[in-house]
Design a protein around this ligand. Sequence first.
Ligand code: TPP
Ligand code: MG
Length: 365
Amino acid sequence: MKAEAPRGADAPPELVQLLTPEGERVEHPDYDIELSGDEVRSLYRDLALVRRIDLEAVALQRQGELGIWASLLGQEAAQIGSGRALTDADMVFPTYREHGVAWCRNVDPVKLLGLFRGVNHGGWDPAEHNFHLYTIVIGSQTLHAVGYAMGIQRDGAEAATIVYFGDGATSQGDVNESFIWASVFNAPVVFFCQNNQWAISEPLEKQSRIPLYRRASGFGFPGIRVDGNDVFACLAVTREALRNAREGQGPTLIEAYTYRMGAHTTSDDPTRYRVASELEAWKLKDPIERVKAYLFKNQLADQDFFESIELEADELGKDLRRRCLEMPDPGPLAIFDHVYAEPHALLREEREQYAAYLAGFEGAS
Ligand SMILES: Cc1ncc(C[n+]2csc(CCOP(=O)(O)OP(=O)(O)O)c2C)c(N)n1
Ligand SMILES: [Mg+2]
């Protein structure tokens, strides 16, 4: 058989990388970024603190204090890089795993825990942070984001919308429909796909025969793959895509090529479906270690700096734990609150019925 040019899943994908796993800076003809020592130290701090928040949340779940938790372990650079590319006016539509982006939007981390502890239905005011509520229904937020983007386009706002979703979500109808709407209306939206290689136990090969970023060309807008474990590259690529969106050049699909180092959620056991060597290979590409190596190599930070971040992380973890345990349990009727913005007759009736039912129990006041 004659050799053919590789195509489809066999074609070598291009990947924007500005910082290697060993902490070496590399040049890219289209994407570059000038970062001061202060800026890199600040990115390191973000990455390290967000990892600590995540770790504390996993521990809280294991101790029965949260119902479930979706860890972002391994995806810190994709989230901090893209999150730090945003302006205050930009709007974010997350999945359930965007704890790093929430951090960049100044959402108090304890508010993330409220949802997973079951003490509220959301936790923060999306308008206050320009960070929408977490979305569990896979891919549905892409439609919300495109609708929002079309709205701000009509308002003439100087802002963009970014929407996060996973590799598995790309198989959803909602995501594909949102691509079409965004494309034909040239909506100011950035589709940020964190390809963490897995959708629970379903590997990437079951979602696509071509690299995900190439899907965009079929819809008529640019797609780009970035090293999702490289915070510099994620920042540079997202900044550019957001700028293009704000300047009326329409949507971009960014595929952040990364890896979910933890379980899908605390309810999942990845040892049932993936081999340990895969995780070991990705540990060598850890998004935080490479920034640390870069800072050390370039003498931009010393041991004292790393120790001070460690200390800050410990304090943050402790504080988060204390405030999580202090969150009051809601009353049983709170489930009816905030369903609609305005009073609603049917809901009022259901609330009354439920209150009467509860009152029927012995000892009920
Ligand atoms: C519409 C819908 N179908 C199925 C599920 C169950 N489910 C929850 S997470 C998940 C996998 C999502 O994988 P991916 O999009 O890659 O995101 P990741 O969790 O890896 O970040 C599925 C199928 C759901 N929440 N919503
Ligand atoms: Mg995934």
